[in-house]
Design a protein around this ligand. Sequence first.
Ligand code: NAD
Ligand code: DAU
Length: 366
Amino acid sequence: MILVTGGAGFIGSNFVLQWCARNDEPVLNLDALTYAGNLANLQALEGNEQHLFVQGDIGDAALLGQLFAEYKPRAVLHFAAESHVDRSITGPEAFVETNVMGTFRLLEAARAYWNGLDDTDKAAFRFLHVSTDEVYGTLSANDPAFTETTPYAPNSPYSASKAASDHLVRSYHHTYGMPVLTTNCSNNYGPFHFPEKLIPLMIVNALAGKALPVYGDGQQIRDWLYVEDHCSGIRRVLEAGTLGETYNIGGWNEKANIDIVHTVCALLDELAPADSRGVINTVTGVPVQQYAELISYVTDRPGHDRRYAIDARKIERELGWKPAETFDTGIRKTVQWYLANQEWVTGVMDGSYRDWVQQQYEVTPA
Ligand code: NAD
Ligand code: DAU
């Protein structure tokens, strides 16, 4: 079986769903269920014995030792992290705890387990670390996109903690010979994205008639990849990646934030017109005609990186991976998903998603 950490979060849950749809191999899903973990994301797997969920912390060395000994995974796919840049600015400690110390403890547990394997299983074992393009820092308008050899220059506590975890993973290969792989991906979007992040926040706020907060001048650029493409890239790296190597994953979709917000508004105008839903601007009390009326420029994020762009040629050249979605198809699907899954949104917004543990799943306590 494979061990997935953070498999109740946005990307992890998409990965687990995709994995179970395409493989028979069981998944042990270890997730602490922080505010970002939501078992409703995995509702489709209810009753499916291929998926075993354990609520627990990647920093819990005793639990990790127990899980490795009992389930003997052939691979670890490490998604668990504190992931939101704004939260890392207001409260960096959790980022150091989970992203640095948690990754360290997971590496230690994996190393102890891997050391005890026979030669064949040792050679077949994989530790795949899921990381971000933010470790490379920020680009100017005319800089070339990040490659795997771009020097690390993290600018936020989030990206610094991810950079630290990347370095630890690298060192476990170099020093101990552990069979590790690292992926550095650009901004994801798609189903189950927690509405603290730009795209889902804009969809959820627009439908509620709330302001659409655009940081600074809105001209910051991110490089967007549909989440299922990220997951297929990770599966490909797991399957065929060269040990000790890092792979950038991206979709060649650089967009300014303000253009993203306008695109979301235009799709909502088409698919869920504000006048037919009776959306009222919560600030002015006036009925909304077009969602873009809700756009509101707000104070910039401190230390805000100006531009990210991923050069994804290595994974395409060496592993033959390419994204399946264009931005146009992916963003339309995403807006449609949020419109069709208002119950999921409501559960997240009123906090009731946290009751899913009791309501829907038999959870093995840590
Ligand atoms: P997320 O915040 O949606 O989910 C994180 C998950 O990890 C949650 O389910 C949470 O409960 C769990 N978790 C947090 N701390 C834990 C701990 N100590 N022990 C066990 N579980 C814990 O994050 P995401 O957006 O799905 O990101 C997943 C990974 O992908 C992260 O490592 C992130 O750095 C990386 N990444 C994200 C993006 C993106 O655009 N979202 C892009 C590139 C890379
Ligand atoms: O690049 C990959 C990274 O992408 C991941 O490693 C992170 O885990 C993930 O959260 C994401 O980080 P960003 O900071 O780029 O994502 P976020 O959705 O928070 O913001 C995207 C852009 O939109 C960024 O320039 C900030 C801006 N923004 C964001 C929010 C939440 C706004 O203008 N207004 C907002 O309300």
